[in-house]
Design a protein around this ligand. Structure first.
Ligand SMILES: NC(=O)c1ccc[n+]([C@@H]2O[C@H](COP(=O)([O-])OP(=O)(O)OC[C@H]3O[C@@H](n4cnc5c(N)ncnc54)[C@H](OP(=O)(O)O)[C@@H]3O)[C@@H](O)[C@H]2O)c1
Length: 308
């Protein structure tokens, strides 16, 4: 058990730091619900898929390729459907959108969970810095492409991070989305995670007057494959302190699962959650003007991609 858990009490939702995905769904039947989870083959995405399927939902699990998605789905008890969705490849993302649409399945929730963190060197896709492109633009194409598939009370959950606080002081460096004017592993990860937060904010504005919701979450700090780009020493420290100071994977998956399916979150939208409760984000992370600007710029980026 994490030592931090001993000092944290539950919040108004009745859940908190130590709650697991199984605990936040205890007693809920998700029979008849369809929930799409990106990055279903690893870490928090796999645990979210496992628990949602265990509670009766049919989970549309996406991974970079169909073999990974199939292998992950095969390890889970319950109804799952595998899809390929390589977020840094717009053609793959659009293929996933088309396939979900062709299936005719209406989605009760989309959990935009997949992500990469702290790439040591500047990498790009289509000329854009890779963390921004994968974590934000890939999910932007996916979620906006699937909006018509959402049920009337459909929920969109974006995986952000407390690391959004490391974003540049202007939030998003619109004049440096290529990374050409400067790159930092954590600064650019932070920028991609504040982008996830701003996307949820603008989407919630667009959902106003409906029962649909869009929120962002910080899952906690959990030792998963996300640390694969950190250097060996950092990973070793992470591995050592993990059991004592970090959340477990079942605890890490709790907040995204809570926001996606718990009745207590049904009418909350445009917020940032941590430890299964509404939390305080960096002020500009929920700034409606910045959120609108990012949406407009993202639409333009997507429109100008090849084969769009
Ligand atoms: N773990 C933490 O402490 C922590 C803290 C704050 C926020 N988060 C957020 O939580 C989310 C889940 O992370 P995790 O800890 O579960 O990490 P993880 O175990 O590394 O899982 C990340 C998932 O994203 C997938 N992915 C990465 N790049 C992709 C791409 N280009 N296209 C499609 N899928 C891609 C990975 O697929 P492959 O396995 O094929 O690479 C994997 O399935 C991330 O968005 C992360 O930013 C995590």
């Amino acid at each position: 058990m994490s030592l931090i858990q001993l000092f944290k009490s539950n919040g108004p939702s009745g859940f908190g730091y130590g709650s697991t995905a199984e605990q936040v769904t205890e007693g809920l039947s998700l029979e008849g619900q369809n929930i799409l989870v990106t990055g279903c083959n690893s870490g928090l995405g796999f645990e979210a898929m496992r628990v949602l399927a265990m509670r009766g939902a049919r989970v549309l699990g996406t991974a970079r390729d169909i073999d990974k998605a199939k292998a992950a789905c095969a390890q889970v008890t319950g109804a799952t459907l595998p899809f390929a969705c390589e977020l840094s490849d717009p053609e793959s993302v659009r293929g996933c959108v088309d396939e979900v649409k062709r299936s005719g399945i209406r989605l009760d929730a989309i959990i935009a969970n997949a992500g990469i963190m702290a790439l040591p060197k500047l990498e790009r896709a289509y000329g854009y810095e890779l963390q921004f492109f994968t974590n934000h633009i890939g999910h932007f194409i996916l979620v906006t492409g699937l909006l018509d598939q959402l049920t009337d009370a459909g929920r969109v959950v974006m995986l952000s991070s407390e690391a959004h606080r490391n974003a540049p002081k202007e939030g998003i460096q619109f004049d440096n989305l290529t990374g050409k004017k400067g790159y930092s592993a954590w600064g650019n990860y932070g920028q991609s995670k504040i982008a996830n937060l701003l996307f949820a904010k603008e989407l919630s504005r667009r959902f106003a007057g409906t029962k649909k919701t869009a929120n962002a979450v910080h899952p906690g700090v959990i030792a998963t494959n996300l640390g694969r780009h950190m250097n060996v020493a950092a990973r070793a420290v992470f591995g050592l302190v993990g059991p004592l100071f970090l959340k477990s994977i079942p605890q890490g998956a709790a907040t995204e699962v809570y926001v996606a399916v718990h009745p207590g979150a049904a009418s909350i939208s445009g917020e940032y959650f941590a430890n299964c409760n509404v939390a305080k984000a960096r002020a500009d992370g929920l700034d409606p003007e910045l959120a609108k600007k990012l949406w407009d710029v993202s639409e333009k980026i997507v429109r100008e991609l090849p084969n769009s």
